[in-house]
Design a protein around this ligand. Structure first.
Ligand SMILES: NC(=O)c1ccc[n+]([C@@H]2O[C@H](COP(=O)([O-])OP(=O)(O)OC[C@H]3O[C@@H](n4cnc5c(N)ncnc54)[C@H](OP(=O)(O)O)[C@@H]3O)[C@@H](O)[C@H]2O)c1
Length: 240
């Protein structure tokens, strides 16, 4: 049976590249994000074995509907790539509480909603693979990235707990933690001066989203007895 993968945040950057790569590897892919035009056009381009569902991962019922639509289109969910994320970073003293809450809602609650929506069917089948996208920022924090880092540390904590719970049940759980990748993520920074400072300071060659898609494809492609717990992947020139 053809493997089916659901990819959140498939409208740009890493999720877009992962959807393309897993489809090229022969999987059915269900693309999820809020921007309908983006996921619809990639779905059209991919053709057979691709579908999309407009989804806001902060909305639990929307994520449940995404999984129901995937079951309807392809029969089941074999792989979930919990990739959707935002990064409106700023120093805590700037009091950008709405940005903090958005990161918590998308980067933590969104991941939990995805896990909850697929877990029962995976446990029932004693197979399945959940891949959560964390970050180098899930290993290190620095001035301005406290809340973003907290969300990405959380992704690793949730993933490790889930991995331990699922190990006896045959469901695999993996984390992919990228360093700097050339995507639209910087656009989610709401303070212009911070956006500009980051662009000016990160003067090394970034990873391409396809580099992360290669890592995800490798993680997914392992035999059932192999669970890659985490892949940490940086640009060669990234020091931190
Ligand atoms: N780029 C990097 O350097 C880097 C490094 C480490 C980790 N990461 C992580 O990689 C993941 C993908 O980011 P990216 O770099 O590819 O950035 P991106 O190009 O900005 O993509 C982010 C994706 O998340 C989706 N998204 C945001 N809020 C959403 C919501 N409420 N519901 C559903 N989808 C939502 C966006 O789609 P819509 O706006 O259409 O909903 C978009 O498809 C994130 O988790 C990010 O934290 C990135």
């Amino acid at each position: 049976m053809t493997t089916t993968a659901v990819i959140t945040g498939a409208s740009s950057g890493i999720g877009h590249a992962v959807a393309r790569r897993l489809h090229a590897d022969g999987m059915n892919v269900m693309l999820a994000a809020r921007r309908a035009d983006r996921i619809e056009s990639l779905t059209d381009e991919l053709g057979e074995r691709a579908a999309f569902h407009v989804t806001d991962v902060t909305d639990r019922s929307a994520v449940e509907a995404l999984v129901a639509a995937t079951d309807e289109a392809f029969g089941q969910v074999d792989v979930l790539v919990n990739n959707a994320g935002v990064m409106p970073i700023s120093p805590l003293a700037m009091r950008r509480v709405d940005d903090w809450n958005q990161m918590i809602d998308v980067n933590i609650r969104g991941v939990l909603h995805g896990i909850d929506a697929v877990l029962q069917q995976m446990i029932g089948r004693k197979e399945g693979h959940i891949i959560n996208v964390s970050s180098v920022a899930g290993h290190k924090t620095s001035p301005g990235t406290s809340v973003y880092s907290a969300t990405k540390y959380s992704v690793r904590a949730i993933s490790e707990g889930l991995r331990q719970e699922m190990a006896p049940l045959g469901v695999r759980v993996s984390v992919v933690s990228p360093g700097a990748v050339q995507t639209e993520l910087g656009d989610s920074i709401t303070v212009g001066a911070i956006r500009d400072a980051i662009a000016a300071n990160l003067d090394f060659e970034f990873l391409d989203p396809g580099d992360i898609a290669d890592a995800v494809a490798w993680v997914v492609g392992q035999p059932p007895n192999v669970c890659v717990s985490e892949v940490l992947i940086r640009p060669t020139g990234q020091v931190i």
